[in-house]
Structures are given as structure tokens and as C-alpha cells.
Design a protein around this ligand. Structure first.
Ligand code: GRF
Length: 199
């Protein structure tokens, strides 16, 4: 299955997908990486292994809708069966969802529906939960609200700070994302009582 990954940052989740996709038995292949910012270190990770990259920066467009439409057009060129948001820090709008809805997954560093938004790790720590984790979910028009595909738990340790806890979550998160993307491509995944399969 053809996968386009959207990124904004470091790209450790992307790197895990790139490490897995060389094996044909994995079933999914990253065909392009698209960022909303030219500064994302994730872009170099893709380029280093010969995967196509593109930047669609909001500042280059008159408004949100124009940016969203340009993003959809850019992703469409690569004809993906699945779009993966891996540390993509922008909300997708209607044109993008209309084109790829039902075939977009996001990874979030908390156990949704708890602690959605840009600071899931910080908010979980501030609340004082003793267990948090990560979630892969289908993307809908809300912020981190779509149907949950898979989750893993991570314990909060005494003395954890945001950076340390986030690193432990990310170690689990990338394993989960690699597992989910491969399974979606190979046999499908039960979500909300029906099997979601791509490719
Ligand atoms: C991940 O924890 C993701 O869930 C969050 O930001 C982090 C991105 O990490 N939204 P990376 O860019 O994949 O290293």
C-alpha cells in the first residue's frame, strides 16, 4: 500500500516507518513525505533514503482554505492509499478531509480521549495521571477526535518531566504506529466494529 506521511518536526515516527517499509512483507511503503515547514528535520530523514519530499507552508498561501487545498493537491500527486500524520502539527480542513477522509491516521502522545491537542504529554503530567500512553486514530474534522484504532499505555514515573516522559512515550508510539500501518495494509484493523483496510 502506498503511504504519504505528513510531518512538522523531528520525524522519529517517520524514521521508524522508513526502517520498516523496505521489507516487502511489511505491506506498506512510504512514497512521499510532506511537511508544513521547510525546517522540519523529518524532511532530511526521507531524503537520506531517497523518498520524495514536499513542503506546503501556510505562509505561502492567502488563507487556510487555499493552503489546505494545496496540501490535498500535493498529496494527491503521490496517489496514497493511506495518509499518516506523524507529528503533523496543523489541523486539516474540509478539502483535505473530503479527498482522503477515512484513510488518514494520526498518532497522538496520550490516551485519547484524554489530553487531546498540541500538549498531550504536558497536560497529562499536569493533571497527575499515573498512566498515559499513545493513540493511533482515524482523523475526522475535530482535534484528535476520530475513531480510535489502537493504543498503548506508558506509566508515569515519579520525577518525570515533560521531555523524559515524551521520550518514553515516543519509543512506544513508533512501535505502535509501525504495527498499525502494516496491519492496515496487510489484513485490516477493526475500528468501531468494522474492518478498516487500505491498499
Ligand atoms: C509525537 O509524539 C507525536 O505524537 C506528537 O509529536 C511527536 C512527533 O515526534 N504530536 P516525531 O516528529 O515523530 O519525532
Amino acid at each position: 500500500a502506498r503511504v504519504v506521511v505528513l510531518v512538522s518536526g523531528t520525524g522519529s515516527n517517520l524514521a521508524a516507518l522508513l526502517a520498516a517499509h523496505g521489507d516487502p512483507a511489511y505491506g506498506a511503503r512510504v512514497v512521499a513525505v510532506v511537511s508544513n515547514t521547510a525546517d522540519a528535520p523529518a524532511l532530511a530523514k526521507a531524503q537520506a533514503v531517497g523518498v520524495a519530499t514536499a513542503v506546503v507552508a501556510p505562509g505561502d498561501f492567502p488563507d487556510r482554505a487555499a493552503w489546505d487545498a494545496a496540501l490535498a493537491r500535493t498529496v494527491e500527486v503521490f496517489d496514497p492509499e493511506l495518509v499518516v500524520l506523524a507529528g503533523f502539527m496543523r489541523i486539516l480542513g474540509e478539502p483535505f478531509l473530503a479527498r482522503f477522509g477515512g484513510r488518514i491516521v494520526n498518532t497522538h502522545p496520550a490516551l485519547l480521549p484524554s489530553f487531546p491537542g498540541a500538549h498531550g504529554v504536558r497536560d497529562a503530567l499536569a493533571y497527575g495521571v499515573r498512566v498515559t500512553g499513545c493513540t493511533v486514530h482515524l482523523v475526522d474534522a475535530g482535534v484528535d477526535t476520530g475513531p480510535i484504532v489502537a493504543q498503548r499505555a506508558v506509566e508515569v514515573l515519579d520525577g518525570d518531566d515533560e521531555a523524559g516522559l515524551h521520550e518514553r512515550i515516543k519509543a512506544v508510539e513508533r512501535e505502535l504506529l509501525v504495527d498499525v500501518v502494516g496491519r492496515l495494509a496487510r489484513e485490516g484493523y477493526a475500528v468501531d466494529g468494522r474492518t478498516v483496510r487500505i491498499g
